[in-house]
Design a protein around this ligand. Structure first.
Ligand code: 5AD
Ligand code: SF4
Length: 553
């Protein structure tokens, strides 16, 4: 059967962006083509997010828009992927009968088969409604934490990642951990993405090498709680029932020699610190290594030491506090106190904050306001935490009750929306002031800047059409250059082709600490000489949350 044209839109987090990239690569390898226009697609896919209700609302409205389209072109196959599919299950199809496919984030390896089935039954039934195609984690055994990730088909999706030397912006995500075991009382992630599973370190290093070979120089490792990364390699290498000693392994118990495997438990453990060191040392072509998101507890000095001693690991941490009140943290089941959070921030700064060497430590955070029962006093404590933490930036969210979570079931959402809004605005104003102060402190310093592409201003001037802005902490902005399909070429490469290289073009990039920097290309130089590369920039001004400077050398 000829493969069709696919429209794929992504909502939510970096994990979803990576999932979409993998899905896109897999479908492309099977002959599907991509279109930026849902109206001309045979298959419309939404990769969804359930973390807050607002994110879900957007998807509901997109699906609503598809009703008329589907009435005119009933053969179009519509798929909902990701967390909403997993959370709502078949209720989603009941509410939105336009949907043919549901595919949870833990089942994306099955997506090609689901699409193929949907297209086939659609054809054989001559465009009538066919049986829905559903793959959800809830219906399989993938929730097991003992699952051997190496043997998992889902792992194959990451492993078989198609990496083209031309189709990337020089920066890529690499997953190290799936799922989450923390069960914060407000959060759907442990339910939608399932139990925490760590990928084998060899697979991760291999993927980084392949990305580096394709020209990627910046890698961001992804996981919900990256610092909990831990991979235990069982010593299950046996020949004729005898354990074979493995170089580099630490054996628990007595001598490895000649012992029967059943009388012996051996393991080689790779911690997060080990993993960072391995990637840094084994893939020198990666000039920048960063990771998100860190959990404020269990962040050992070993990781901070590796960060300090390995120059290509960025001085950037995203460590959500969520609240500055111990009472709230307890109700959120965060598992740490405000004092422990403060201690971590102080320890991280002690190890990593070296502004005199051009390497200040930048920290970003997440805060939830209006969690049930939050009083003015709790809120004041959060304000104080924000003042103390001096984040480079902080994402502030109004509490959104999510069905299925403990907070939803047990604690009434009793903070009125206007109080949430007021607290949200107050924290935003406070954080803006702090971010600006941090920006001003960088004036006069020199930084290595990873150049992402033309700034928004430059793109506007060039009349490029924006198709999607990536969310909060992300680094790239994906957009469509007129007439070009997303995924056909990386956007920055596409964008520069359209910019008249006559005068200076304002480029945008990031420091090692993830601060945004704008600078102009020198007279007569093309933006292409800089995009996807590291350059040195002297900071001359702080502009709101970003920095502006000029190119050195
Ligand atoms: N309501 C509001 N914010 C939430 N987050 C997660 N769940 C919720 C919720 N139910 C926020 C947390 C988390 C970030 C990814 O989203 O701050 O760190
Ligand atoms: Fe959600 Fe908490 Fe896990 Fe983060 S650590 S994904 S907030 S449950």
């Amino acid at each position: 059967m000829p493969a069709g044209r696919v429209y794929l839109e992504t909502f939510g987090c970096q994990m979803n962006e990576l999932d979409s990239e993998l899905v896109r690569g897999r479908l492309a390898s099977l002959g599907y083509r991509f279109t930026p226009d849902p109206a001309e697609a045979d298959v419309v896919l939404y990769n969804t997010c359930s973390v807050r209700e607002q994110a879900e609302q957007k998807v509901w409205s997109r699906l609503g828009d598809l009703k008329t389209h589907k009435a005119e072109r009933p053969e179009t196959v519509v798929g909902v992927l990701g967390c909403m599919a997993e959370r709502d299950g078949e209720d989603l199809i009941k509410r939105m009968p336009v949907v043919d496919i549901l595919c949870g984030p833990g089942e994306l390896d099955k997506l090609p088969e689901l699409i193929d089935n949907a297209l086939r039954t659609r054809l054989s039934l001559r465009a009538e409604r066919s049986a829905s195609q559903v793959a959800l984690q809830g219906s399989t055994s993938r929730r097991s934490a003992t699952l051997a990730a190496a043997q998992d088909d889902l792992e194959l999706l990451d492993l078989s990642r198609a990496i083209s030397p031309t189709d990337h912006s020089g920066s890529a995500y690499v997953r190290i951990t799936r799922g989450c075991n923390k069960f914060c009382t407000y959060c759907v992630v442990p339910f939608t993405r399932g139990a925490e599973v760590h990928r084998p370190p060899d697979h991760i290093v291999e993927e980084c090498k392949r990305l580096a070979d394709a020209g990627v120089i910046e890698v961001t490792l992804l996981g919900q709680t990256v610092n909990h990364y831990r991979y235990e390699d069982g010593a299950a290498v046996t020949v004729n029932g005898m354990l074979q000693p493995q170089k580099g392994r630490i054996y628990k118990g007595a001598s490895a020699e000649g012992r029967r495997s059943d009388a012996f438990t051996g393991e080689r453990v790779t911690t997060f610190a080990d993993l960072l060191r391995r990637i840094h040392d084994e893939v020198p072509a990666i000039k920048r290594l960063r990771f998100v998101t860190s959990y404020p507890r269990d962040f050992g000095d070993d990781v901070l030491e590796v960060m300090r001693d390995h120059p290509r690991i960025c001085r950037y941490l995203h460590v959500p506090a969520q609240s500055g009140s111990d009472r709230m943290l307890k109700m959120m089941n965060r598992g740490y106190t405000v004092a422990q959070y403060d201690e971590f921030i102080a320890r991280a700064r002690h190890y990593l904050d070296q502004p005199e060497l051009g390497r200040p430590l930048m920290i970003s955070g997440d805060i939830i306001v209006g969690f049930p029962t939050e009083t003015d006093e709790d809120f004041e404590a959060t304000k104080a935490l924000l003042q103390r933490s001096r984040y480079k930036n902080c994402f502030i969210f109004k509490y959104s009750p999510r069905p299925g979570t403990v907070a939803y079931d047990r604690i009434p959402d009793d903070v009125p929306d206007e109080v949430k809004r007021r607290r949200n605005n107050e924290l935003l104003a406070l954080q803006t002031g702090i971010s600006e102060e941090i920006g001003r402190a960088q004036v006069g310093r020199e930084f290595e800047v990873y150049v992402e592409g033309p700034s928004r201003r430059a793109k506007k001037q060039a009349g490029l059409k924006k198709s999607s802005l990536r969310n909060k902490a992300n680094h790239t902005i994906s957009l469509t250059v007129s007439g070009r399909e997303p995924g056909e070429a990386s956007e920055s490469h596409g964008a520069i082709a359209s910019i008249d290289a006559g005068g200076p073009v304002q480029l945008s990039g990031r420091t090692d600490g993830d601060q945004i920097v704008f600078f102009d290309t020198p007279e007569g130089r093309s933006p292409a000489d800089f995009i996807g590369r590291l350059v040195r920039v002297r900071i001359e001004a702080a502009q709101g949350m970003s920095l502006a400077g000029s190119l050195l050398g």
